[in-house]
Design a protein around this ligand. Structure first.
Ligand SMILES: *Cc1c(COP(=O)(O)O)cnc(C)c1O
Length: 415
């Protein structure tokens, strides 16, 4: 820890909340150098949907390395890339009646968001992006312009422009239809809001506090985008790749986004990989107009293909994720309802937020949980929501044990 404090920039974050040296991990369990065993409900902030070092996926990576196949090739064609595209097309897209082109971007989610916003502006010739209160889309300046958190925005050091924030579903309480408000200001010739190139939305806001948009709200937002000639862009970086039960988080609302942004768990092994899915007619890029050294890294494409083949060829995995999600949510709701505090539980599939209402309770609970063997993080505007993000492959017993630790920790925090 002295090495960290002495040598790593003050900007480090997770190593403060979870002060340990993590040496090994498998599935939903992490081991520390001093011999502690922790259950992982953080899952690399959503980059480890299939667990740590998933052995089936690891085999594919190991074989690829062993064969001296091309690991880095910029965006040159390789068998790994062709295989990924074919598999993603037939197993993920065609089964859902979706048709998209692939754009491999730089490895971060933020870079993929940049590409999505650039493309939307290029297609429409407009500048404004509609994004939503509590939305989070990454740290580079374009993505940050569409992200709501004040402290992140301030840290940019320049004026962030080109985005207008509208209230997300439920932001103004259950009585106000914020989709209707958006429709109103975008169709009124004198609302003061510039015509947007894109409406950029998360179906569930991950960093923003596990705010869950309804099917009707999402459909209305998509319809508004269409009627005002804006691209409908879904940021599925955290909620995609099976987190909500379906591969895409928007399937339940039967949406047809113009652009889908994927990253975090796309590689399925924690390797960096990001991509856009673009409707064919919107693919107006000139060759090389958005580029990057690490586009579609082959090792990540190999693990991504393996995960699709292992988990997404039949419906069973989705059903299992939903079942485990319900177990988790029922467990959390029981914990909330047993206590007099105004705790709220939100989520869908295997993502849940436990809203403690105050930063202090949430913070004390997660730090006690860490001492007792559970890694779980906080989100929301002031870190008042505890975010449950277990691996989709977690077993019932480990999930139950994690929830027990959480409940004990909450009680100690309330004492
Ligand atoms: C994590 C995240 C991003 C940013 O991805 P990075 O890889 O950290 O740049 C963007 N949008 C959402 C919804 C995210 O969860």
């Amino acid at each position: 820890m002295e090495v960290l404090e002495g040598l790593e920039s003050n900007v480090r974050s997770y190593s403060r909340s979870f002060p340990a040296v993590f040496s090994r991990a498998r599935g939903s369990v992490m081991l520390t150098e001093d011999g502690r065993k922790l259950i992982d409900f953080l899952s690399g902030a959503g980059a480890l949907n299939y667990g740590h070092n998933n052995h089936q996926i690891k085999t594919a990576i190991a074989q690829y390395l062993e064969s001296d196949a091309v690991v880095h090739g910029l965006d040159l064609a390789t068998p790994a890339k062709l295989e990924f595209m074919k598999t993603f097309c037939s197993v993920i897209l065609q089964q859902r009646d979706l048709k998209y082109r692939f754009q491999f971007t730089g490895p971060t989610g933020a870079n993929a968001i940049e590409a999505a916003l650039k493309l939307s502006r290029k297609v429409t010739g407009r500048q404004n992006i509609i994004s939503f209160t509590r939305g989070y889309h990454g740290m580079s300046l374009g993505a940050l312009a569409g992200s709501a958190n004040r402290s992140y925005r301030t840290a940019s050091g320049v004026a962030l422009s080109g985005a207008t924030f509208m209230p997300y579903d439920g932001y103004l309480g259950p009585g106000v239809d914020t989709a209707e408000y958006l429709q109103r200001v975008l169709t009124d010739e004198s609302s003061g809001i510039d015509r947007p190139a894109a409406i950029l939305v998360e179906t569930i806001q991950g960093e923003g506090g596990i705010n869950v948009a309804s099917r009707e709200w999402l459909q209305a937002i998509q319809a508004t985008a269409k009627s005002v000639g804006a691209l409908f862009v879904v940021d599925d970086i955290q909620m995609g790749c099976g987190r909500t039960g379906d591969f895409f988080s928007f399937e339940f609302a039967e949406l047809s986004p113009d652009i889908v942004v994927l990253s975090k768990s796309l590689s399925a092994y924690g390797l960096p990989l990001s991509m856009l899915l673009i409707k064919e007619e919107l693919d107006v890029w000139e060759p090389g107009e958005h580029t990057g050294t690490f586009r579609g890294n082959n090792l990540a494409l190999v693990s991504a293909t393996a995960a699709i083949n292992i988990y997404w060829r039949c419906r069973k995995f989705s059903q299992e994720v939903r079942r485990m999600g319900e177990l988790m949510r029922n467990g959390l709701e029981a914990i909330a309802s047993k206590r007099a505090n105004c705790f709220a539980v939100r989520g869908r599939g295997l993502i849940s937020g436990f809203d403690c209402q105050t930063t202090q309770i949430a913070q004390m609970t997660t730090s006690k949980a860490f001492q007792k063997g559970l890694v779980v993080e906080r989100c929301g505007p002031v870190g008042q929501v505890i975010k449950f993000l277990p691996a989709l492959t977690i077993d019932t017993e480990t999930l139950g044990r994690g929830l027990e630790i959480f409940e004990e920790s909450l009680d100690e925090a309330l004492d």
